[in-house]
Design a protein around this ligand. Structure first.
Ligand SMILES: Cc1ncc(COP(=O)(O)O)c(C=O)c1O
Length: 384
């Protein structure tokens, strides 16, 4: 039948629009086989040998995510977002200099602090929203990777991907963007010049808080990409087929969920702005946010479902609000259908750079009015 080009939203809703070739089913089957039959001539008819390297159920989710992130890119699923992120760092060589966003997901910062040194990497944290600082930090011939998270956990600082990519590329530096929070619904980093994209697929891509998975995508199938794929195969950093299947199912509603979360997050941020119990509402969709103008250019269709609030009464006040909410669930993680609230400084421990008065909110898909009423009541009732 004649193929028609359709939008990423339609591709996601229809899981690439492909029926299962054997049954004709519109939902794909899960391929649990760990190994594939070798022919007498030594060949493997579909080029698959063992599931630590390839599996048709991983490939379904990989093809869909690649289609959402842009034309011509390739994708590899991993067992978690951390497995995906560390595969990129571990594909570098000892002595390589790596520049990393100063504000970023705590788990990546912790891994870099604990393991990158023993791996021989020279890691330097820099403010990637300050182009002058970034230009000064690049060491031509030694810097091999710039790692950017935008909007970045948990202050939601915004980095201009096109500007940092231009700077990095002029010095031969590869740019990797953690696109977990924006998702390809709001930002497609390859279109802004990024070379690699990393996801915690545990978050919005799956969206139902019931799968741990990650992904790395590349704009080009170059030798560095082959190293990342080889790392996955040889280290065994793969998800299970059931997780990959759940992930492709979750992605079918990605656009609906992300748009809904963005609308509610903006409504909540607007409602809470200027609230007497708060000193700050951090959300890139607010014109007062320092990264708003870049976000307005770089993100399309919304500013994300994540925001943070800072309590006038400090850490104790933050704890009191946390215990006063009823609709928001008190839990870590983000990007699920249910709204979450978390005291990041407590979660991250004494080495955390996150202010102790900050609560991080992950907005789900519940009725917006219920979420606003819950926060309003909690802020009124909670006393520092
Ligand atoms: C932005 C970001 N990147 C990476 C990760 C790590 O992902 P995972 O928990 O799937 O290993 C997280 C987890 O919270 C995250 O928020």
């Amino acid at each position: 039948m004649e193929q028609r080009s359709v939008s990423p939203e339609t591709l996601a809703a229809q899981g690439m629009g492909e029926a299962d070739p054997v049954s004709g089913g519109l939902a794909p089957v899960i391929s649990l086989a760990t190994n594939y039959e070798r022919q007498p001539d030594g060949s493997y008819p579909q080029d698959r040998v063992y599931t630590r390297a390839d599996n048709p159920t991983y490939e379904l989710a990989e093809r869909l995510l690649a289609a959402l992130e842009g034309t011509g890119c390739a994708c590899a699923l991993f067992a978690s977002g951390m497995a995906a992120a560390t595969a990129v760092f571990q594909s570098l060589l000892p002595g390589d200099h790596v520049l990393v966003s100063r504000v970023l997901y705590w788990g990546v910062r912790k891994w870099l602090a604990e393991f990158a040194l023993t791996w021989g990497l020279d890691v330097e944290f820099t403010d990637t929203s300050d182009l002058g600082a970034l230009a000064a930090a690049i060491r031509p011939g030694r810097t091999r990777l710039l790692w950017v998270e935008t909007p970045a956990n948990p202050m939601w600082e915004v980095t201009d991907i096109a500007a940092v990519s231009a700077l990095a590329h002029a010095a031969g530096v590869r740019v990797a963007v953690d696109n977990t929070v924006a998702t390809p619904v709001l930002t497609r980093p390859f279109e802004h010049g990024a070379d690699l994209i990393v996801h915690s697929a545990t978050k919005y891509l799956n969206g139902h808080s019931d799968v741990l998975a990650g992904a790395v995508l590349t704009a080009r199938r170059d030798p560095f990409w082959e190293r990342i794929r080889s790392w996955r195969r040889n280290a065994g950093a793969v998800p299970g087929p059931f997780e990959a299947w759940l992930l492709q199912r979750g992605m079918r509603t990605l656009f609906l969920r992300v748009h809904r979360a963005c609308d509610s997050a903006l409504a909540i941020a607007t409602e809470l702005s200027g609230h007497p119990a708060l000193t700050e509402v951090l959300y890139p969709g607010l014109p007062s946010h320092p990264g708003h103008q870049i976000a307005a250019r770089q993100m399309s269709g919304g500013f994300g479902g994540m925001l943070s609030i800072r309590l006038a009464g400090g850490a104790e006040h933050a704890s009191a609000v946390l215990n006063a909410v009823r609709v928001f669930k008190q839990a870590t993680s983000l990007g699920g259908v249910e709204s979450l609230v978390e005291h990041r400084a407590v979660m991250e421990g004494p080495s955390s750079p996150v202010p102790a008065d900050l609560l991080r909110l992950s907005i789900g898909i519940e009725a917006t009015g219920d979420l606003i009423a819950d926060l309003d009541t909690a802020l009124r009732e909670a006393t520092p």
